[in-house]
Design a protein around this ligand. Structure first.
Ligand code: NAD
Length: 249
């Protein structure tokens, strides 16, 4: 069977942007989707979009930086749909921009808590649930900022480099038990996060890259869906760049 037919999937940060597009895509491919986010209204909107397209989804209010929330998120998947096959640990924040020497400790801690510890807590709760039923596939959200430095964004860059390392490590640990773990590294994608950071000039950065435009959330969702599907059965530990060629220049 192709795609995510008959699987149970979690998408964190599913109330907006790339996470919403992924929840919709996973639902279209036949997954039953647990949408997890701090934003309740946005999450309910995502669930109704998945359902309007004929899919099945449920929302669970989750702060991915809080251990008990992440455990409850996985329990929701198991209790509601009978197990867990697929997870997209996508939730993230951009934090405040400043040169490293001017960064506040609170911004550093918040960005690391959500973007890096959030992915760690996800893996920690999701992998045992997947092992209960023979394995699964996980995609973690990194960024081209997980591969390159970007002035003014040291907490974000450090968190995303951490996600790449965490992905390689977990892939090595659980491959033989049937869990594949990959990451995606998007370039500039047209979401509310990029709109909020207008002063960073990301749209101009995207226009200067080989494909000459920003990416769409659906283009990242398609890659995440592929990595989670059996079509990617020999892919693990990979950090897949989806950036319109930005990093090839
Ligand atoms: P977005 O702001 O549209 O969506 C992020 C979602 O994460 C929101 O729904 C938000 O409520 C949720 N969220 C934030 N903190 C959370 C927490 N503690 N617990 C649960 N949910 C939380 O942004 P987006 O662009 O869709 O970003 C999604 C992911 O993609 C992020 O990890 C981001 O770093 C990454 N990313 C984005 C781009 C881009 O250009 N947009 C590029 C590379 C990577």
């Amino acid at each position: 069977m192709k795609g995510l037919h008959d699987s149970v999937a979690i998408v964190t940060g599913g109330s907006s942007g790339i996470g919403r597009a992924a929840a919709e895509r996973f639902g279209e491919e036949g997954a039953r989707v647990v949408v997890a986010d701090v934003d309740v209204e946005g999450g309910e909107e995502t669930v109704s979009r998945v359902e309007s397209a004929g899919g099945e989804a449920t929302f669970v209010e989750t702060d991915t930086s809080v251990e008990a929330d992440v455990e409850a998120m996985v329990e929701t998947a198991v209790d509601t749909y009978g197990g867990l096959d697929v997870a997209f640990n996508n939730a993230g924040i951009e934090g405040e921009m400043d040169a490293t020497a001017g960064q506040s400790i609170s911004n550093w801690e918040q960005v690391i808590a959500v973007n890096l510890s959030g992915v760690f807590l996800g893996l920690r709760a999701e992998i045992p649930a997947m092992l209960e039923d023979g394995g699964g596939a996980i995609v973690n959200m990194a960024s081209v900022a997980g591969l390159l430095g970007f002035p003014g964004l040291s907490p974000y860059v450090a968190s995303k480099h951490g996600v790449v390392g965490l992905t390689k490590t977990a892939a090595g640990e659980f491959g033989r038990e049937g869990v594949r773990v990959n990451a995606v590294c998007p370039g500039v994608i047209d979401t509310p996060m990029v709109a909020r950071g207008e002063e960073a000039g990301l749209e101009q950065v995207a226009q200067a890259s080989p494909l000459g435009r920003m990416g769409e959330p659906e283009e990242v969702a398609a890659a995440a869906a592929w990595l989670c599907s059996d079509d990617a059965s020999f892919v693990t530990g990979e950090s897949l760049v989806i950036d319109g060629g930005y990093t090839c220049q």
